[in-house]
Design a protein around this ligand. Sequence first.
Ligand code: C2E
Ligand code: MG
Ligand code: MG
Ligand code: MG
Length: 284
Amino acid sequence: MTSPTSPATPPAADAAALALQAELPAAIADGQLRVHYQQIVAAGTHRVVGVEALVRWQHPEHGLLGPGAFVPRAEGTPTMVALTTWVLQRAAAQCAAWRAAGHDIGVSVNLSAALVQHPDLLDTVRAVLAEHRLEPGVLTLEVTETALLADPCGAAAVLAALRAAGARVSLDDFGTGYTSLTMLRQLEVDELKIDRTFVAAAAQAPVDAAIVRALVDLAHRLSMEVVAEGVEDARTAERVRALGADVLQGYHFARPVPAEDVFTTAGGGPVDFPGARVSGPVPA
Ligand code: C2E
Ligand code: MG
Ligand code: MG
Ligand code: MG
């Protein structure tokens, strides 16, 4: 089996990443993190049904950094708890504001692997839901398969408790990890997010379309909703809709953008050319 990890990082890049990691706790306290939101649309109507909250770091020297620059290294450290709690608070408040303004949408927040096992997670989620009066099913927590591998039984109990508290649970990047069918059965999640590698491939090759169709059927039989992520063009959107995906997310519809830009497109509908809404640096 080949290793899923990338080749060794060059020493210079490594040093830069370490420096960033050391700066992150102060940056969180200092208010340098931002949350961008990417629309999630119904497959049939393309109506916006939710947004995914995606963290960014408005770094004073390096500009706007994506999560790839600081999330993986923070994973498993106490900083990740602070980061996730902050994103959760922020996303819940923003979603409540949108709902108060008449947008009937939910919000999805990514949970890191270590967070799933953190003893305070359930209390934090309960507190956030109560503070912002979010109804059951409005907040979705996205977890990856790898986050659940270390302790599938423990994770299943945590996810069940989160659901009982009123959150939905989503399995993110599905298909890239090693979830067995037994684990899928144990987990009882609300939603399966099919990874973009499968989504993109489904529009290209019959064998990949067959895999997506099978995943969709399995998810539906287990009463899960299916999200196709990474939909980059109209052809793929139509293909995965025809294969049964319930909701779609990807650059074809919208890029992740600051909260104030999420509903500014005319009619709130899909953006029909790629790159129409590129996330740029946040003006000072
Ligand atoms: P993810 O949860 O799978 O989020 C989707 C990623 O795919 C986002 O990248 C999004 O910008 C990107 N994406 C969306 N549509 C398309 C598309 O059509 N084509 C392509 N090529 N990409 C698309 P981003 O924002 O860089 O986030 C990367 C990952 O970082 C996320 O993957 C998630 O695992 C992690 N992440 C982001 N925010 C948070 C956070 O607040 N907490 C934690 N723990 N992880 C986060
Ligand atoms: Mg996600
Ligand atoms: Mg994903
Ligand atoms: Mg992904």
